[in-house]
Design a protein around this ligand. Structure first.
Ligand SMILES: N[C@@H](CCC[C@H](N)C(=O)O)C(=O)O
Length: 317
């Protein structure tokens, strides 16, 4: 019997040009990511690979996967460079199920921290860097502890919605006896914010199963449930607690864009009783959200919080 030559191994896009790919695990308030430095755009990540890396039982485990690539090396990044030549780096973000999302607020902080810690950029506390994302460029300032991102203007998901509208949809969730009114906001990515009466209601939710939003936004949505401290505003700061079910992930310990959506929705509902500064408690920590006047007259949302890198490794399969 003659020995058959071994069949060629199926081409693995992750290893098409680099057999071993270094990665770093990081998180921002418990929203965790696998980060891969790919300055020249040699590593192609497809949805299957991302889902495999993010798998908490068979992979590294993460809510999302972030590729750090030079903007010039992917079409979405290149498109930004004409107007923003300073946006050298692009955050190529995927949800844990492999789907692409426009924006990730916690991810941006962890992404910039990764660039700093890996020596890919120089950024001292107090300095800012512009990065590219699928929701446009974002200015990120390094703080003594953490990072502040100018997320740019927010808007209602339904462009027809007037300033004073209280809700645009109804949400059903396990743990709630009846459907609740909700308001949908875009932070570059879609969010639907559901106010609840108490922390007990928030605690009683089962977010292991996806909430149902009616009508469903065309590209899906992240759903945030929020309950307020009493009083809502103390010393000029609004204080709320939220839980989130993320599109493409499930329940996560934190969502930066979700915290921004919660702050602007609460501010709209509170009217004259509201404020521009919010502290949003999430299961994984606390995020600060400030609404500030933007350079072009629109309101900008600034998200601040920590970013941590946990360990490095190497992808071998
Ligand atoms: N956790 C992120 C949001 C990630 C994207 C989201 N799941 C979506 O599909 O829009 C954050 O911190 O903002």
């Amino acid at each position: 019997m003659t020995e058959q030559p071994a069949a060629p191994a199926a081409q693995d896009p992750l290893h098409a040009s680099a057999p071993r790919v270094p990665f770093t695990k990081g998180h921002g308030t418990g929203n965790d990511f696998v980060l891969i430095a790919d300055p020249d755009g040699n590593t192609q990540l497809d949805a299957q690979h991302v889902a495999r890396l993010a798998d908490r039982h068979r992979g590294i485990g993460a809510d999302g996967v972030i590729r750090a690539v030079r903007s010039a090396r992917l079409p979405e990044g290149e498109a930004l460079l004409a107007e923003h030549p300073e946006a050298e780096w692009f955050m190529d973000y995927r949800n844990g199920d492999g789907s692409i999302a426009e924006m990730c607020g916690n991810g941006v902080r962890v992404f910039v921290h990764f660039l700093v810690e890996k020596g890919l950029v120089d950024l001292a506390p107090g300095q800012a860097i512009t990065i590219g994302t699928r929701a446009g460029v974002k200015a990120v300032t390094r703080l003594e502890h953490g990072y502040a991102i100018d997320m740019g203007p927010w808007c209602y998901l339904d462009p027809e919605l007037a300033e004073e509208a209280a809700s645009d949809s109804m949400v059903r969730a396990h743990g709630l006896t009846d459907p609740r009114p909700a308001l949908s906001v875009s932070m570059g990515n879609p969010h639907t914010v559901v106010p609840l009466a108490s922390f007990a209601d928030l605690q009683g939710l089962d977010l292991g199963r996806a909430p149902e939003v009616d009508p469903a936004p065309p590209h899906g949505t992240n759903v945030e449930f929020v309950a307020a401290h009493e009083p809502l505003v103390r010393e000029g700061v609004g204080r709320v607690r939220m839980r989130v079910h993320e599109r493409g992930v499930g329940e996560t310990q934190s969502c930066g864009t979700g915290a921004c959506a919660v702050a602007v929705a609460m501010r709209a509902w509170a009217g004259d009783q509201g404020t521009d500064s919010w502290l949003v408690e999430v299961p994984g920590g606390v995020l600060a959200v400030d609404v500030v006047p933007g350079p072009e007259g629109a309101e900008h949302v600034v998200l601040s919080g920590p970013a941590e890198l946990v360990f490095d490794g190497e992808l071998t399969a």
